[in-house]
Design a protein around this ligand. Sequence first.
Ligand SMILES: NC(=O)c1ccc[n+]([C@@H]2O[C@H](COP(=O)([O-])OP(=O)(O)OC[C@H]3O[C@@H](n4cnc5c(N)ncnc54)[C@H](OP(=O)(O)O)[C@@H]3O)[C@@H](O)[C@H]2O)c1
Length: 251
Amino acid sequence: MADSDNKLAWITGGGSGIGKALALALDQQGWQVVISGRTEPKLQAVAEQGRHIVYLLLDVTDRAQNLAVFNTLCEQYGLPNLVVLNAGDYTPMPAEAFDLDLIYRLNQVNYLGVMNGLASVLPAMTARQSGQILLMSSVAGYRGLPDAAPYGATKAALINFAESLHRPLKAQGVMLRVVNPGFVTTQLTAQNSFKMPAQITTTEAAKRIVQGLDSDSFEMTFPKRFTYVLKVLRCLPYRLYFFLIGKITGK
Ligand SMILES: NC(=O)c1ccc[n+]([C@@H]2O[C@H](COP(=O)([O-])OP(=O)(O)OC[C@H]3O[C@@H](n4cnc5c(N)ncnc54)[C@H](OP(=O)(O)O)[C@@H]3O)[C@@H](O)[C@H]2O)c1
C-alpha cells in the first residue's frame, strides 16, 4: 500500500471536543483512528460511535508513557501518517490572580505534552521520510491577550517551535504544521464569561481540519472571518495593539 493510502491517524485528546469530532470525521472518511487521553469512559464512548476508532490510554505529561503508547500503536496498527497532538488544557488567569501552579500545569500539558508526543513520533517519521504532524495551537498564541497569559504563552511556544522545525523537517519528508482555531464550543471555552465572537462547533472545526489535510501550508486557521482580524492585530506596533485590545476587551 502506498503511504498516501495508509490512512492511519493518532489523535491525542480524542475523548472530547475538537479531537473527538476530528476522530469521527476521519472515521467517516475511512481512516483507522487511534485516540488517546486519560479518561477511559470518554475514549470508549468515542470508539463505540465510530467504525474504525480504537483507543490507548495516555497522560501526555508522562514522557515514558508517550513513547510506550506510540510503540504499542505502531506494533498493533503500523506507523501513522497523520498525528494530531491536540490534547490541551485551559483556565483563564486574571492578572490579579497570578497562579504559578496553573502556569506549570498548562506548560506540562500544552507545551511539554506536545514535545513528548513529537519526541516519540519524529524518529520513525523522519526514518520513513513521510507523515504529517499537526500541533493544536490557537490564535491565542498570536499575541498576548488579557486573562489568557498561561494558556497563550504555551500556544505561542508551539507556533514558534513549529516555525523553527517546519522547513528542515519538510526536507526530510515530514510535514509539521500548526492548527490555530478561533473559538470552538467545547468544555474549555465554556469557562469563558465573555462573549466569544465567531464561535464555531467542533464538527465545523473538524471539517476545516480534514479539508486542510491535503494542503501543504504551514498553518490551518479558522474561521477566517475572526482569525484574520487577529492576524492584522498581530502586525500592529505595541502601542496601537494595546490600545485596540484594551478597547475590544475592556482590559
Ligand atoms: N475550544 C477552543 O476554542 C480552542 C481554540 C483553539 C485551540 N484549542 C485547542 O484545542 C485542543 C482541544 O481542546 P478542546 O477545546 O477540544 O477541549 P477538550 O474537549 O477539553 O479537549 C481536550 C482534550 O485533551 C485531553 N487532555 C487534557 N489533558 C491531558 C493529558 N494530560 N493527557 C492526555 N490528554 C489530556 C482531555 O481528555 P482527558 O481529560 O480525558 O485526558 C480532552 O479530551 C486543545 O489543545 C486546545 O487548547 C481549542
